[in-house]
Design a protein around this ligand. Sequence first.
Ligand SMILES: NC(=O)c1ccc[n+]([C@@H]2O[C@H](COP(=O)([O-])OP(=O)(O)OC[C@H]3O[C@@H](n4cnc5c(N)ncnc54)[C@H](OP(=O)(O)O)[C@@H]3O)[C@@H](O)[C@H]2O)c1
Length: 395
Amino acid sequence: MNNVNIGFLGFGVVNSGVYDILTKNKQRILKSTNKNIIPKKALIRDIYKKRNSTNMIFSSNPLDIVDDPTIHIVIEAMGGIEFPRRCILKALNNKKHVITVNKAVVSKHLDEFLKVAKENNVLFLFEGSVAGGTKIIKPLIEECRFDSITEIKGILNGTTNYILSKMYNENISYDDCLKEAQKLGFAEADPTDDVKGIDVKRKINILSSISKGVFIDEDLIDARGIDDINLLDIKAFKKLNLIPKLIGYFRDLEVLNIGVSPMLVDNSHVFSNINNSFNIVSLKGDTKDSLFSSLGAGSLPTGSAILNDLMDILNEKNFDIDIEKNELDINSKLDGDYYLRLKKNREISKDYKYEVIDDSDDNYNCYRIFDTNNEYLKNFCLEDEFYCHILKGAV
Ligand SMILES: NC(=O)c1ccc[n+]([C@@H]2O[C@H](COP(=O)([O-])OP(=O)(O)OC[C@H]3O[C@@H](n4cnc5c(N)ncnc54)[C@H](OP(=O)(O)O)[C@@H]3O)[C@@H](O)[C@H]2O)c1
C-alpha cells in the first residue's frame, strides 16, 4: 500500500467538495487502487476563515504546496489565470501530477501545461473544466484517436441555462432571474463571464482544441451571451414554439467554425429538455454521434470529475494528447433562419423573406427572418436590437 498525499490549491466550493468525497470514500478508493489518499495541505487566501477539515494544514503561501516534495498530486480550483498558471507550472516542473477544473487557465494555456507535463513525465488532467460533472474530455480524447469529430454543440453554462429556463417557464425578467440565481449561489457576484458567453467560449475552445489537435486562441472566437434577452423576446419565442438556449458550437469546415450564441430550439431537439444547471454536449464524428449530459456545476458534481481524474492518476492511465500552437482561420458564421427584434421604425431589406411574430409592443417588432446569417445581422442590428439563430434538427 502506498500513501498518496494531496495538495489543494484553493479550498472553496469545489475543493472542499473533493475533500468530502475523498473522506467519505477513503476505504473504497483504498480497496480499488491499494493507495491510501491523504489530503495533506491546502492553499487559501484567508488563513483565519473557519474550515471543516480539521487534519489538514492550511497556508497562504503557494510554495508550501507546489514545492513540498511529499505532495504527489496537486488539485487546483482557485479561479483566475496568471496566478494559477504559475502554480500549475511549478507543480508540474516539480514532478507532481496536476488536476484542474479552472477553464479560464486551461483555455489560455492548455498547450503549455501538456508540454511541461510530458517533459516531466506526469499527468495534467482537466476533466471538470468544461461541463462540471459531465464527463466529456476523456471520451473526446479517446474518440479522436480513431475518428474525426466534425461537430460539437453544447449547453455548457449552468447559470445561463438556469436564467433562461426561469425566464421562459415563469415569465420572470432577466434581472430578477439573475438576482435569484445569485441568491441561490448559481451565479457569481460578478456574472459577466457567464452572461456574456465568455465562460462558454473558454469551454468550447477547450473541446475544439482537443478535437483539432491544435491549440486555438480563444480571443479569435466570437461570443454572444444572454443579457440582451427580454420578456418581449420570451413572448415571441413562445409564439414560435421555440425555446432559448445558450450554445457553444464547433464545426470542422473549410474554415473552422466556432462560436457562442443564444439559439432557439424546438421541443423535439434534445437540448430543449436540458433545464436549470444541467449541461449537455453533442458530438458528431465520422463513425457515430454521441450525447453527454449531467449537472454542469456544484461542489459534488465538479468534485466527482476531479475524483475521476484522480482515479486515472492512481491507476496510472495515460492520456497522451498532442495539442500544438498553430495559426488557424476561424469564423462564427451560421446560415439559416433567425429570430429578430427590431425597433419599430426600422425596415428589413427586401432581399430577405420574413414574417412578423409580434407587433404589439410600442417600441419593437419581432420577426422570423429566413435564410440569412449572423454576420449580416451583426452589422444590421443596432445596440438595443436583438437576433438569435433558430437551430434546426433534433440533435
Ligand atoms: N463552483 C463550481 O461549481 C465550479 C464548477 C466547475 C469549475 N469551477 C472552477 O473551479 C474554480 C474554483 O471555483 P470555486 O467555486 O471552488 O471557487 P471559490 O469557492 O471561490 O474557492 C476559491 C478558493 O481558492 C482560494 N483562492 C483564490 N485565489 C487565491 C489566491 N490568490 N491565493 C490563495 N488562495 C486563493 C480561496 O481562498 P479563501 O477560501 O481563503 O477565499 C478559496 O478557497 C474556478 O476556476 C471555477 O471556474 C467551479
